[in-house]
Design a binder for this molecule. Structure first.
Ligand code: SF4
Ligand code: ZN
Length: 305
């Protein structure tokens, strides 16, 4: 069968963007991918000149592609980058991705800080799993907590994370399914810049996961594809499967979820509906009331020692 031609230049296409009814060749796809990244940074005014941006890197494809794109942008827009990796303590998994993060940061001349669960919350994730029988709910809270703390220590004014379109669409659906809409309230930072929460930016939020993998491959960014051994447990994994099926049948579903969410966010912002964030009475990190979730969880782990 004859290969489809690139919708932009007519060369043989390497990728099909079903949601946009377009096929693209390697060169046109790379341009399209990079332009979407730049447009997202501009649209949400994610990075200001001379700012210091902490990039959460895991060694996986999303954060590595993000790091490469930001390092490239740094040549046009003067700003600083520091990378932060959270080592949860997952035997046989994190050590591999950590090695990739170290290698890429060295190549791009980006300083890397590694913060561990063991040091930061007293237990590795493997230990928590043994005690509590679950991983993801602990992992998410502690990772967020340590990343925020690390970014403040680095005097970073933003945290860039590699969330892609799939992650964002899943998060929106998960929070609706769990009836936790408030969790979405601060999603599109940077809007306010208080001193407790370092605002998070997601420059890849419009990029589908598959396209990030394709971009990494075409640009020769070497990454590991190993998956966290606890991933099978998560609610996210279930939502991911459902969403992929729906996207397959109805291309553009994920983008429509993201766009609806952005629309709601803007509306809430106009009406001043954002919930107030206070400081945790235990550690001073952000909390909506009293002790923050991380302190409550650390207390619970300690109490069961
Ligand atoms: Fe953490 Fe769960 Fe993700 Fe593994 S799958 S890194 S345990 S949130
Ligand atoms: Zn082309």
């Amino acid at each position: 069968m004859k290969k489809p031609a690139c919708s932009a230049c007519g060369k043989p296409a390497v990728i099909n963007l079903a949601y946009a009814a377009r096929h693209l060749c390697a060169g046109c796809f790379v341009k399209y991918f990079e332009k979407r990244f730049l447009d997202t940074v501009r649209e949400f005014r994610m990075i200001k000149p001379r700012e210091r941006v902490a990039v959460g890197v895991s060694g996986g494809k999303d954060s590595m592609v993000l790091l490469h794109l930001l390092a490239k942008l740094r040549k046009r827009l003067p700003f600083e980058i520091v990378a932060i990796t959270i080592d949860e303590g997952i035997a046989g998994y994190r050590s591999r991705t950590l090695a990739v993060a170290k290698r890429e940061c060295k190549k791009l001349k980006v300083p890397l800080r590694v913060l561990s669960f063991r040091k930061g919350v007293g237990f590795s994730l493997d230990e928590i799993m043994k005690k509590e029988g679950s991983a993801c709910s602990w992992c998410g809270v502690f990772r967020r907590y340590l990343l925020n703390k690390g970014a403040r220590k680095e005097r970073a004014s933003k945290i860039a994370i590699g969330h892609n379109l799939d992650d964002v669409a899943q998060t929106v659906l998960m929070n609706i399914m769990r009836n936790e809409p408030a969790r979405l309230a601060r999603f599109l930072e940077p809007i306010s810049e208080d001193d407790a929460f370092v605002p998070r930016i997601r420059p890849l939020m419009r990029a589908p996961e598959k396209e990030i993998a394709a971009y990494a491959m075409l640009k020769g960014i070497r990454i590991t594809y190993s998956e966290c051994p606890y991933a099978y447990q998560s609610f996210r994994q279930h939502v991911k499967g459902q969403l992929n099926e729906t996207e397959e049948k109805y291309p553009g579903t994920k983008i429509r979820i993201l766009n609806s969410f952005i629309w709601m966010e803007k509306l809430m912002e106009k009406e001043g509906e954002k919930s107030e964030i206070l400081k945790c009475s235990g550690c001073g990190e952000p909390s909506s009331r009293g002790l923050c979730m991380a302190c409550k969880m650390i207390e619970r782990l300690g109490a069961r020692q």
